[in-house]
Design a protein around this ligand. Structure first.
Ligand SMILES: Nc1ncnc2c1ncn2[C@@H]1O[C@H](COP(=O)(O)OP(=O)(O)O)[C@@H](O)[C@H]1O
Ligand SMILES: [Mg+2]
Length: 389
């Protein structure tokens, strides 16, 4: 590149310095004469084009062979506009010498010598990664919308299935009371199986509905010890599993007891499932400033890092009869309380889930829509969490 093209009068930028800047620039720089012949390129430009410097030097920019014929007219037109001083930045897609698709954002600088047009410096910024990220974002948005739509349908179908299920349940119950049938052991077994499966179906529907509805919180005052005591009374713990309940009566907390119970039941059930050959589950509570922390530490099979990255997504399960909705529901409930849940695990050693919730959930801006209902006895207000400032 010759000195005359870039050295402005009286400027102290030496050719040496300019050359260095040209070479190390993070954008691809392509210097062309007014006819469009490439005079010089920097390293980054060579990298973008995926060939060697020799592939580019001396060639007309339309002949480097990386721009598709459909794109060429647009670029040639842009080049003409630039010469007339009306060039605007341009996005170009190329397939480079290595066969890679690259997206470039090109801007231009017109070079003059003694007031006369000498050439054009094209600045090509490689925006391939950005484009990829944009595409991924769009795809995940579309996926999210699709899932949301499926969720709505699932909720509707689930809701509609409740009635026939109740009908089947009633019919099974009716048959069970028939003296003639009561005598037949096999029939009774079948009827009990029907009832059990109805219960299982109902549980799936409840979980689906739980996942798709807004969270409504009914705040009541309680203590860590009371709430875990209640949770444990809802569960059947196998004999080979020892539960050590170290929760305390301090601090007093405000929360939706039914929902927190559901969240804790899910965590304890998971711990039980993780210890098929027995083990120990230790439940602890600790008050810290404005929060209370519950830990559920099991001595079960544990999880790999990869598994841990997936457990919060709906429908992730490693169990034959699992739905993979337990932890997503749990997370939703805890987050509705303005708390958070974390996990630590070691394969073969065990898993600890830690739930941190504020002593009293304070409404904050943003996030998912959560309805908080504070009964008269606690406060005289009913607020919608996401709208209160
Ligand atoms: N305490 C635990 N120990 C080991 N793995 C667990 C534990 N809790 C959850 N997991 C893993 O997370 C997955 C998802 O759990 P969850 O959302 O409750 O769904 P499900 O219990 O229906 O499988 C489980 O299938 C299991 O692989
Ligand atoms: Mg579960």
């Amino acid at each position: 590149m010759s000195n005359q093209h870039y050295q402005s009068q009286g400027n102290s930028l030496s050719e040496e310095k300019f050359k260095r800047i040209f070479e190390v620039a993070s954008d691809g720089l392509i210097y062309m004469d007014t006819s469009g012949r490439i005079v010089d390129v920097n390293e980054q430009a060579v990298w973008i084009f995926g060939g060697s410097k020799e592939d580019l030097l001396g060639k007309h920019f339309t002949r480097v062979g990386v721009v598709s014929s459909t794109n060429l007219p647009r670029i040639t037109k842009a080049f003409a506009s630039i010469l007339l001083g009306r060039g605007a930045p341009l996005e170009v897609q190329i397939r480079n010498k290595k066969g890679q698709m690259r997206f470039l954002e090109c801007s231009y600088s017109v070079m003059k010598t003694d007031g006369k047009l000498a050439g054009i410096l094209a600045i090509a910024r490689d925006i391939t990664e950005r484009k990829k990220a944009e595409k991924a974002l769009l795809e995940s948005q579309q996926k999210f919308e699709r899932l949301a739509a499926i969720g709505q349908v699932a909720a509707m179908v689930g809701h509609d299935l409740r009635n026939p299920l109740t009908g089947i349940k009633g019919a099974a119950y009716y048959l069970k009371t028939k003296p003639a049938l009561r005598k037949d052991k096999k029939t009774m077994e079948v009827l009990e199986l029907i009832e059990k499966d109805i219960e299982y179906s109902n549980k799936i529907i409840t979980d689906l509905l739980e996942c798709s509805r807004d969270v409504h919180l009914e705040l009541t005052e309680t203590t860590p010890k009371l709430i875990i005591g209640e949770t444990l009374s809802l569960l059947e713990v196998p004999n080979n599993i020892q539960v050590i309940n170290l929760t305390e009566s301090d601090p007093r907390i405000k929360g939706d007891i039914e929902k927190l119970n559901r969240a804790f039941v899910n965590l304890i059930k998971n711990a039980i499932d993780a210890m098929p050959y027995g083990g120990k589950l230790t439940i602890k509570s600790t008050g810290t400033n404005d929060n209370v922390e519950f830990t559920f530490a099991d001595t079960g099979m544990g999880m790999t890092k990869e598994q841990m990255g997936k457990i919060w997504a709906p429908f992730f399960t490693t169990k034959a009869k699992g739905m993979g909705l337990g932890l997503p529901i749990c997370k939703r409930i805890i987050e509705a309380h303005k708390g958070y849940i974390t996990v630590e695990s070691m394969p073969g050693i065990g898993t600890t889930f830690t739930v941190t919730i504020p002593i009293e959930p304070k409404p904050t801006e943003g996030g998912e829509k959560v309805w908080v209902n504070v009964p008269e006895s606690l406060s005289s207000m009913t607020t919608k969490a996401s709208e209160k400032s």
